[in-house]
Every structure is written in C-alpha cells, then in structure tokens.
Design a protein around this ligand. Structure first.
Ligand code: HEM
Length: 308
C-alpha cells in the first residue's frame, strides 16, 4: 500500500470512529435524539420556548407548574386525562402547552408529540427561572390510554425517605438522583392540604417557628399556598438550605435531611449550587426517558388534552 493510501485509510478509520462517537451522542437510549425534529420541524424548539417565555413573562408562577407537569407525565403510565385525579388537581399550565401545540400544528402538523412539548417546556421553564440550560433528547410518542388510576404511581408527600428511595428506585433512580430531583421544589408552592398533617402534635424535624408559619398559612384554608422556599420563582439551592434549617414544607422534603442515606446529598447541594445544577440537569434528562414510548407504541396527539 502506498503511503498516501495508508494515510487515507487511517484518516478514514479515524473519521468513522468519530462518527460512531458522535452518533452515540445524537442517538440517546431508546432511539430518542437531540436533533429528532431537525428535518420535520426545525423551528419546533423555538416555538415552544417562545410560548413558555411569553407565558412566564405574564405569570412567573407557571414555571413551577410546567416542571411539575413534566414530572407527573414521566411518572404516570400515561398522560393528560389524569389531570382530573386528586394528585393532579393543582396541576396548572395546560394552556401554555395548548398554545405551543397549536402553533406547532400550524407549522408542522402531526409531528411534535405532547410528551416532547411538555419535556421542552419544563426545560425552558427551569432556565427561565434561573436554573441550568441543557439539551434533551426528543422523539417521545404520546400514550394511547389515559387513566385516572395511573396517578397512584406518584409518590405521596407523606412518604418517608425509605419509601421515596423505593418509589424512585422502581423507576431506576438512585437515592441521590431522587434528592436532586426533589430540588425542583426550589420553585413553586404546596397547598395546606399537602402538609397540614404535620401540624398536629410535635414534629421534632420541623422548626417551631416554621411550624407557626405553616399554621398561619393553613388558617386561610386547605387551598392556601405555602412557597417551598423564600424565592418561589427562582431556581436556586435555597430549598436545600431550608431543609437544613428544618424548614422543609412537605414531610417528604424534610425527611431527606432526617435519613442518613440522603442527608449527605442535601448538605452537598445546600453548599454547592453549581453541583446541584449539574446533577439536576442530568437527572432531568434521565427522568425524561422513563417509560418513553416510541414509534408504533404511541401516537402524536393532535390535541394534548385527549387521545386521538
Ligand atoms: C420526591 C417525591 C415528590 C413528592 C412526594 C412531591 C409532592 C408534591 C406536592 C404534594 C406538591 C404540592 C401540590 C399542592 O399542594 O398543590 C408538589 C409541588 C411541586 N412539585 Fe413535587 N413532589 C415530588 C417530586 C417532584 C419532582 C421530582 C419534581 C420535578 C422534577 C417536582 C416538581 C414540583 C413542583 C415544581 C411543584 C410546585 C408546583 C406549583 O407551584 O404549581 N416534584 N410536589
């Protein structure tokens, strides 16, 4: 073989190797891809981002609603009509998804799934609120069934750390990933009905002054809202610092500090916001892959509120 040919062959193999590595990044597990819509709906991501930005400029509290919606969408077998079940009653933000979907249907009908829109909207909401920016693989399909019973899969706010570790473990998450995902409670609120059971009797894991704050909130009724931390619309690590002060709102929040298996992670994220952001974005990408439907196993809904 001539030298020129040898060099060419070497270059080719290096090129092929790089291509394999690159495609390994492009094609995530389950055949989802970062650039899934590049040919079929190139402005899809921008359309979602604009819809989210517009909505949040009007009402910053919707950021939390969108992030929670994505969590529920991943953790329950199928999506959307479960919105009528008790665990989902306080879910808001559907109109933001509808708005994005309507525009997408005009630009590229029948292409972008509601599950992808929700995942992108949550990602954009986190960035809007000051959190990390990250790319997510796309190509999810929407479920063909929609059942209220499915919401039973959601963890309860009365769960202790062991129960939370088990619930998330069943979905393939480590205890640390469960803690970092709980950090989403850095934005948003809980209603009194979600934590009032903590206020009867003495709870040694609840700071006594903060217990008074919670009681005061509840004096306005079951639907009264208690922010998870001092900055309800900012994505930061104050949630973890609140846990250290025994000022977690839900029992399922405070238990993360009480339990030896999760305490170190809480302390770590309270001290190091950059580490929280990095681990959070990785765990969110993973969460977005839970029980993903692809290809023929699902459909692209025309209307995100109902199956086709
Ligand atoms: C660890 C187990 C979890 C439990 C038990 C839990 C439970 C809850 C409860 C009870 C509320 C308040 C609902 C209300 O009273 O209206 C809430 C709110 C919220 N949850 Fe979770 N959650 C968990 C994990 C997560 C995860 C993993 C995410 C996202 C990655 C998330 C995102 C949110 C957000 C953003 C809110 C505020 C919603 C708003 O203000 O509209 N949660 N969660």
């Amino acid at each position: 073989m001539s030298l020129a040919k040898l060099v060419m062959a070497k270059l080719l193999s290096v090129f092929l190797f790089m291509e394999v590595i690159a495609s390994g990044f492009r094609f995530g597990v389950d055949g989802l891809r970062m650039d899934y819509y590049i040919m079929t709906c190139p402005f899809g991501e921008q359309i979602v981002k604009n819809a989210v930005d517009r909505a949040l400029d009007d009402d910053p509290t919707l950021a939390a609603a969108l992030v929670r919606m994505h969590f529920h969408d991943c953790f329950i077998e199928d999506n959307k009509a479960e919105k009528d079940s008790p665990g989902n009653l306080s879910l808001r933000g559907y109109e933001v998804i509808d708005d994005a979907k309507n525009q997408l249907e005009e630009q590229c009908p029948g292409v972008v799934s509601c599950a992808d829109i929700i995942a992108m909207a949550a990602r954009d909401a986190i960035f809007w609120a000051g959190g990390p920016i990250y790319d997510i693989p796309k190509g999810r399909k929407d479920g063909r069934r929609s059942k209220i019973e499915d919401t039973i899969n959601l963890p309860f706010p009365t769960f202790n750390a062991s129960e939370l570790i088990r619930a998330f473990g069943q979905r393939g998450f480590t205890a640390q990933e469960m803690v970092v995902l709980s950090g989403a409670h850095t934005i948003g609120v809980a209603r009194c009905s979600s934590f009032k059971s903590r206020l009867t009797g003495v709870d040694p894991t609840l700071d006594s002054d903060f217990a008074k704050t919670l009681s005061k909130t509840c004096s306005a009724g079951d639907n009264a809202e208690q922010p998870f931390d001092a900055t309800r619309n900012d994505f930061d690590n104050l949630y973890f610092n609140a846990l250290i002060r025994k000022a977690g709102v839900l029992f399922s929040d405070q238990t993360l500090l009480t339990n030896a298996k999760t305490r170190a992670a809480v302390n770590g994220y309270a001290m190091n916001q950059a580490m929280f952001f990095l681990d959070f974005q990785q765990a969110m990408v993973k969460m977005g892959m839970v029980d993903v439907k692809e290809g023929g196993k699902g459909e692209v809904r025309h209307n995100c509120r109902k199956i086709n």
